[in-house]
Write a protein that binds this ligand. Structure first.
Ligand code: ADP
Ligand code: MG
Ligand code: MG
Length: 202
């Protein structure tokens, strides 16, 4: 079960990874984008941690809502609204729970992916962060309980698989065939999000 303190730790760890890999994330966005993904995510998650570490929360949904709102308001570009929507939908789906059990979390993450698909009019196989989130949801649906190492492994493989995809959504789609051979930046930051989750649940 994930408690409020675990959710906060999830985003603190995510922020550490994003800050440590800011330049790497930006370098992924150079050949197939505008070279700002690391900057965008680093700014957003720094603000997220500032916000949630100074508040008192009674339930996990409120933490997730603040995460979502902060990303939406502080991050320009595609990633702010997209990642913001993911955590907002997760928040709405788990409303009312003090803590998150495996089943609620899995259902909520599925809602998050559906929300992102709607928001960005994208689906699997278009070389976006969906190509990490959706396989993680599929993996969770095949399981009965949290297993951090498997979540990490699933997310890592999914991130690496985005290399072979030709982008048909977002800025990377302007590069058509030339987008093949590069990891999607949003898929890489999604990997850090799930690697951080894996460390929280262990
Ligand atoms: P921008 O492209 O506006 O500069 P970022 O570089 O911060 O924004 O984020 C780019 C990432 O956003 C991509 O790598 C991709 O994973 C994600 N993305 C872009 N468009 C979409 C979309 N329609 N649906 C889902 N994710 C998307
Ligand atoms: Mg960019
Ligand atoms: Mg940009």
């Amino acid at each position: 079960e994930l408690q409020v303190k675990d959710i906060i730790q999830w985003f603190e760890l995510t922020n550490e990874k994003i800050q440590a890999n800011k330049d790497y994330l930006t370098s992924l966005d150079q050949p197939i984008g505008d070279g700002d993904h690391g900057i965008n995510m680093a700014r957003g998650f720094k603000e997220v941690v500032n916000k949630i570490s100074t508040q008192d929360y009674e339930n996990v949904a409120d933490v997730l809502k603040d995460v979502a709102m902060t990303l939406m308001s502080k991050v320009g570009g595609a990633s702010g609204p997209i990642f913001g929507t993911a955590f907002l939908k997760l928040s709405i789906a788990v409303k009312g729970s003090d803590s998150l059990n495996f089943e609620t979390f899995t259902k909520g993450l599925e809602e998050a992916v559906n929300g992102v698909k709607q928001r960005g009019k994208a689906t699997e196989g278009e070389k976006t962060m969906i190509d990490v989130w959706s396989p993680v949801v599929d993996y969770l649906k095949s399981e009965k309980d949290f297993q951090g190492d498997q979540i990490r492994k699933t997310a890592k493989q999914a991130m690496e698989n985005t290399k072979e995809i030709m982008a048909t959504k977002g800025r990377a789609s302007y590069f058509k065939e030339k987008s093949i051979g590069h990891i999607d930046p949003g898929a890489a930051s999604s990997f850090y999000i799930f690697e951080a989750l894996a460390e929280v649940i262990k």
